[in-house]
Write a protein that binds this ligand. Structure first.
Ligand SMILES: Nc1nc2c(ncn2[C@@H]2O[C@H](COP(=O)(O)OP(=O)(O)OP(=O)(O)O)[C@@H](O)[C@H]2O)c(=O)[nH]1
Ligand SMILES: [Mg+2]
Length: 299
């Protein structure tokens, strides 16, 4: 089976050449997508004269997912592999990835277990949450659902139709594959220190991560659970407001002007917590039932 590697690259002039050369012996085709870099990424990638390598370019920056999508449309292999353009994912695992696919896996993830301290601390926290969410939603143990190094069959990718443009892409892809009954396999890999400057930005990326997590949680929660939990959360906050207001009165006026507020507050907080928990329990049971149904369909 023909293997095609897709490398999205944005301002990676220090690493891109090394990455391409490292991967050439392991795959049949390499598609580099330069995503409107302002440095020499495109020149360096294009200068590598190897029949396996094709370099494409976006005129403007469209983000990693946009670059991956462009890359996939340019591939011709039956097996597609993703990696980053910063030298973090070693190429030597490719044969093991392909072997797993040949044995029947549909999606193989490179789980960053060895040297995971090279993942920036902030990202590591994010990855842990993403993976816990993926495990909860899919019902399978997923150690690193957010990894950038992954291999899969073209046919599977086409049927996934992952709706995501940002950070949530990797986890959503993992979860969708598992939920649709595809076989997801993880291979432990080493994660090297990145070459070149990190583009992480704690506030911007923290916000993006939060949005990505919300997007996954929102799309994967059952409608009934949402109908119950959302009012629950709202009532909880209204209750908290009453509580804080009473506290403010007590501190600034030395007595309560509205003496029923604390009572209302406690009532609303308890009611809110109960509704939210009922919603979460419904969500958990719905997921479990969905999986049982799915299994019965397979049998
Ligand atoms: N096409 C495209 N690729 C991007 C963009 N941002 C990052 N990338 C690429 O996506 C891959 C992962 O991005 P990184 O910047 O390494 O992100 P990270 O691994 O979370 O963090 P650091 O390695 O610490 O910077 C690399 O190959 C980048 O070149 C972007 O806006 N567009
Ligand atoms: Mg990186």
């Amino acid at each position: 089976m023909k293997t095609s590697l897709v490398i999205p690259a944005f301002n990676e002039e220090q690493a891109i050449g090394l990455v391409i050369k490292e991967y050439i012996p392991y795959v049949d085709e390499i598609i580099v997508v330069d995503d409107g870099s302002s440095d020499r990424t495109y020149e360096i990638a294009s200068r590598i004269s190897d029949a396996k390598v094709s370099v494409f370019r976006h005129n403007t920056n469209q983000g990693k997912v946009g670059a991956l999508m462009t890359g996939v449309t340019k591939t011709s292999g039956d097996i597609i592999i993703f990696t980053d353009a910063d030298c973090t994912y070693p190429a030597r695992y490719i044969p093991a990835f392909v072997e797993k696919l040949n044995l029947g896996a549909d999606l193989v993830l490179g789980s960053r277990i060895e040297k995971s301290e090279n993942i920036p601390f902030f990202n590591r926290i994010g990855n842990t949450i993403f993976s816990a969410l993926a495990t909860y939603i899919s019902g399978r143990d997923i150690i690193d659902g957010q990894t950038g190094m992954r291999a899969f069959k073209r046919s599977m990718f086409n049927s996934l139709q992952v709706q995501a443009k940002g950070l949530e892409f990797e986890t959503k892809m993992t979860v969708r594959a598992a939920k649709l009954g595809y076989i997801v396999v993880e291979i432990p890999i080493e994660y090297r220190e990145r070459v070149g400057v990190s583009k992480l930005h704690p506030i911007r990326d923290g916000y993006r991560m939060f949005r990505a997590l919300m997007s996954i949680a929102w799309h994967e929660t059952s409608p009934l659970a949402k109908m119950i939990s959302l009012p629950g959360v709202l009532i909880f906050f209204v209750g908290t407001f009453f509580g804080l207001y009473s506290l403010y009165e007590r501190i600034s006026h030395y007595h309560l002007v509205h003496e029923y507020y604390p009572l209302i507050s406690v009532f609303l907080i308890l009611f809110g917590v109960q509704l939210t928990s009922i919603g979460l329990i419904i969500d958990y049971l719905t997921k479990k039932l969905d999986r049982i149904e799915e299994k019965m369909r397979v049998l």
